[in-house]
Design a protein around this ligand. Sequence first.
Ligand SMILES: NC(=O)c1ccc[n+]([C@@H]2O[C@H](COP(=O)([O-])OP(=O)(O)OC[C@H]3O[C@@H](n4cnc5c(N)ncnc54)[C@H](OP(=O)(O)O)[C@@H]3O)[C@@H](O)[C@H]2O)c1
Length: 262
Amino acid sequence: MKMSNNTVLITGGTSGIGYALAELFLKRGNTVLITGRTEENLAIARQSLPGVLTYRSDVGDPAAIRQLYADVAAAFPNINVLINNAGIGLKRNLNDTTVPLEDLNREIATNLTGPIQMIQQFLPLLKRQQTAAIVNVSSGLAFVPLAVKPIYCATKSAMHSYTQTLRVQLKNSSVKVIELAPPAVKTNFNKGQEELNSSSAMDVNKFAHESMRGLEKGRQEILPGLSRMARLLGRLAPQAVFMKAEAEQMVAEGERLSWSTR
Ligand SMILES: NC(=O)c1ccc[n+]([C@@H]2O[C@H](COP(=O)([O-])OP(=O)(O)OC[C@H]3O[C@@H](n4cnc5c(N)ncnc54)[C@H](OP(=O)(O)O)[C@@H]3O)[C@@H](O)[C@H]2O)c1
């Protein structure tokens, strides 16, 4: 992928991986547009990343995607790189039947249907560019699930599968399809779930630099750090699941709490 003179749209660019990628793309002479749900965080990004353009947009809301497309296409008809990065991952006890059904959709809307709808919406415009790319940020957990984050891992696995088929269907177009699967990276992602912050988590800037190298080399799957191991493990031991004991403990704790409140 060419690394300068692109117009790059990054969803969820106000923190973590999206922010670090935005910074590197700006440094390399690209026009960079980022999204996020929180105006305050977008304002902070505008201050700390001179030149970045910001759009308040929730990727889980189809109406917001349509509005984002209208705004971006009007101002930047030459947009040629879409990075579907925004994501959330929640710890969940699937035995807890008090969770409202609507709440179960939150991660699916942000991590899976949102990116699919973004692609559907932006694809005609991307196809009109001489060179274009869609980068889908999945996860090492797409290959081996984490027992405490069941819906999150299902969305990332599905995103991996969707990306593979998208690549086949866009083979004869100008749009390259790339999957970027982070390992554990030190960001706000696990905020409030500190027990999930492993000491082996990668520094976010190191991760972003490795990702840029992968993009520059034209890799269609970029698997930094332990993500490569996770994919191998998923192939060698398809029944593998990370953090089984923690999930069992979470379920037992949930049962104890629900008994104590009866
Ligand atoms: N960090 C890790 O260990 C890790 C590992 C594997 C994969 N990943 C993946 O990497 C991606 C980025 O994660 P990160 O670690 O950088 O997380 P992060 O630091 O929490 O950043 C997430 C970004 O997404 C935005 N966002 C969240 N929900 C959104 C929505 N519905 N619409 C638009 N923007 C939204 C957030 O801003 P607002 O909250 O203001 O909207 C923020 O800018 C995610 O897809 C995640 O699944 C992360």
